[in-house]
Design a protein around this ligand. Structure first.
Ligand code: FPP
Length: 237
């Protein structure tokens, strides 16, 4: 087994649900359902491998522009998921977190999210973070606004804004930067995901659509990561 000793945080863009379904002549919603089922399996595997944080892109700010029917399906799945599947993860000592613009979500979903975060706050296993109604540019803009207000009120000076203090104004303030970003589904782009946080993250692109992504592929990514040399812009000593 590949132990993820050097891997603290994995972020995933769970892409390819729609195409997975279309290929099987199923509605796109069937792909999303299958994709939601996959989350539990991969979270358990990440935990087993010793990964501490897993951040999953479940719904982007831009996804609000999909046809209403598809948005409703995704919100329905999320609602269901928050009520049932995540309970099982709680029993496995998983801590649940959410990042994104909560104001856009319906009140019952927001309440379930807050309740889950409260219930699982003391769990010491994997932190499973869902990016929901999340957009990285929007996240950066809200941080810039926060900083501007602090400067305007005289709470901090301009020169107090640096990488560390700015990072603390993002939704991910208490989450380390990802070591690995995986995008499934064959596309090679970042799609407004964790733009600030992935400055030195190792990127992996898999052709496998998310519903078919398996634990062994996660292990293979970690093995690949362990062969990479991370220099953070420096040269080797
Ligand atoms: C991309 O597939 C995936 C999404 C837009 C959302 C990801 C959602 C899930 C995995 C299910 C919901 C998750 C939870 C936790 C309830 P796509 O639809 O863009 O696929 P395509 O590129 O093949 O069209």
């Amino acid at each position: 087994m590949q132990k993820a000793e050097s891997v603290t945080h994995i972020a995933i863009i769970m892409d390819g649900n729609g195409r997975w379904a279309q290929k099987r002549l199923l509605p796109r919603s069937a792909g999303h359902r299958k994709g939601a089922e996959k989350v539990k399996e991969i979270a358990k595997e990440a935990d087993r491998l010793g990964v501490k944080f897993l951040t999953l892109y479940a719904f982007s700010t831009e996804n609000w522009q999909r046809p209403k029917e598809e948005v409703d399906t995704l919100m329905g799945l999320l609602r269901e998921y928050l009520k049932s599947d995540l309970k099982e993860l709680h029993e496995n000592n998983v801590r649940i977190r959410f990042i994104g613009e909560r104001d856009m979500l319906s009140a019952d979903i927001r309440q379930s999210m807050a309740a889950l975060e409260r219930q699982t706050a003391k769990n010491g296993g994997l932190t499973l973070c869902f990016a929901i109604s999340y957009g990285s540019r929007q996240e950066i803009i809200q941080a810039v606004r926060k900083a501007a207000v602090l400067v305007k009120n005289g709470d901090i000076s301009e020169s107090d804004i640096d990488i560390k203090s700015f990072s603390a104004m993002l939704y991910t303030k208490d989450i380390p930067e990802p070591d690995i970003l995986i995008r499934t589904g064959g596309e090679k782009r970042i799609s407004n995901y964790l733009l600030w946080q992935i400055a030195y993250t190792e990127l992996f692109f898999s052709d496998t659509p998310w519903p078919d992504f398996e634990a062994k592929e996660l292990e293979a990514v970690i093995a690949g990561f362990n062969t990479r040399e991370r220099r953070y812009g420096k040269v080797q000593a």
